[in-house]
Design a protein around this ligand. Sequence first.
Ligand code: AFP
Length: 326
Amino acid sequence: MVTLQTFLGTWAGDDAARKAVAGTVTAIAQAGLGIADLVARGPLEESLAKVRGVDPNAGGDTQKELDVVAEERICAALMPTAAAFLASEESEELIPLNPEGRLVVAVDPLDGSSNIDTNVSVGTIYSIMPYDPAEQADPKAAVMRPGRHQVAAGFLAYGPATILVATFGDGTQVFVHDRLSGDFVLARTEVEIPAETKEYGVNQSNVRHWDAPMQRYLDDCLAGKEGPRGKDFNMRWVGSMVADAFRIFTRGGVYVYPADKRKGYENGRLRLIYEAFPLAFLVEQAKGGATDGKTRILDIQPHHIHQRIPLVFGSRAEVEKIASYY
Ligand code: AFP
């Protein structure tokens, strides 16, 4: 049995930079266990699913009590690690952590928060970038770099099992929290997303707002065997990206959240730095693909910490097929 600790110990060896990353991921995983406990209390903690105040968060979304509690837990856990700053969906500006740190962490503390009170999986997404104060006088510059500079990324999903899907740039691994031992245990070493799929995940109620290429893609899928794709498709949409992503890591598929014509959705819904970048890194390390339709996600230069991006990721051949409609 390989635990997260053993895995990270072997991966880091005596390398100080790797040890710093390992300590940071361990802290996020520990904070995640506390968040999982809160999520598991469900209606017994119904105040956590309540909308907090009247103001939306930094990205313009409604903030739930648990969004804020999750951010507080992650911040506290990261304080003694090598993380110098935290970029979070819930905070407009970077949060300073360890002044000696040489990493910056970006998080969506609670992805899928509209599902908190419905007993559906929610999760925490993180991305880790190196930070050198000599090169990046403004720490925002360390966060606002294309996602290919990430040194590690992952997400925790709080569902029937609490799982951690992680990459350190050498494949994608799945760890499962073992409730008996209390450890995260390595369950899958080299995740490989099947290149081909017949399963897509979209919020189909928005199709009329989409642009023409994406509408054509869906029309062709819906036409099934008799249509240009020559095969019948299946649709799955949880509405918590971590849950939809974990299904894709397990059996393939594509996740599609395009830009659309609704006010506020002109660049899609997902955030580039703390949602699309980490998912794209994980997916590529599992031999899948991630694009905004035209550009590889990991090559996009951010221009704002909370910017949104159209997002397509999953089975490589299907992601390429979608890009071909553009
Ligand atoms: P919340 O965290 O606000 O619930 O948003 C979750 C999310 O960003 C992502 O996890 C889902 O895939 C997506 O929104 C669902 O969006 P729709 O409700 O528009 O389908």
